[in-house]
Design a protein around this ligand. Sequence first.
Ligand SMILES: NC(=O)c1ccc[n+]([C@@H]2O[C@H](COP(=O)([O-])OP(=O)(O)OC[C@H]3O[C@@H](n4cnc5c(N)ncnc54)[C@H](OP(=O)(O)O)[C@@H]3O)[C@@H](O)[C@H]2O)c1
Length: 163
Amino acid sequence: MVTLIVAMGENNEIGYKNQLLWHLPKDLKHFKELTTDHPIIMGRKTFESIGKVLPNRTNIVISNKDDWFEEGILIVGSIKEAIKFAKKINEEIFVIGGGSIYGQTIEFADVLKVTLVKTALKADTFFPKIKGKEFLKTEEICHEADENNEFDFCFQTWERKKN
Ligand SMILES: NC(=O)c1ccc[n+]([C@@H]2O[C@H](COP(=O)([O-])OP(=O)(O)OC[C@H]3O[C@@H](n4cnc5c(N)ncnc54)[C@H](OP(=O)(O)O)[C@@H]3O)[C@@H](O)[C@H]2O)c1
C-alpha cells in the first residue's frame, strides 16, 4: 500500500524556499506515529530541508545526482526504484514529499493522509489537487490552534475509490 502523507494549507500549499510553512508539533507527532517502522520515500530537496535522517524508518531519497552521498539513507534514481526497494522492506510505504514527488506518485497512491491546515500562506510548492472522482474522504478529525500549534487543522484520510 502506498500512502502519501502531507500537511497542506487551504490552497494546497506545502512549502516556501525549501521550508515548511508552519510549526505544528501535533502534526509532527502524528507524522512520526504513522511513519515509524515504515519505509519513507522523499525527494532530495525534502531530505535537505529536513536536514537529518528520520530515525526508525528506512529513508529512501530520490535524486538524479550521481555524485551525492549521505550516510544512513538509500539514494535511488527514480520513483519506480524507490517503490521497488520500499516494498521489499514493508508492504506499507509512505511518500513524504515534496511537491515534485507528490505530483509523480499520486497516481499510485492508495491512501492520502492529509493534514489540512486552516490558513492560506505564500508558497512556492504545492500538493496536487485531490480529485473527487478518484479519492473519497473517509475520516476527518479536527483540532483547534493552541499555544504550541499556531493554526486550526484537521487530520483527513482519503482512500482511492474502488472501480
Ligand atoms: N507540507 C508538507 O507536508 C511537506 C512535505 C515535504 C516537503 N515539503 C516542502 O516541499 C518543498 C520541497 O519540494 P520540491 O518539490 O521542491 O522538492 P522534492 O520533491 O522534495 O525534491 C525534488 C528533487 O527530487 C529529485 N527528483 C524528483 N523527481 C525525480 C525523478 N523522477 N527521478 C529522479 N530524481 C527525482 C530531484 O533531485 P536532484 O535535484 O538531486 O536530482 C529533484 O530536484 C519544501 O519547501 C519542503 O519544505 C512540505
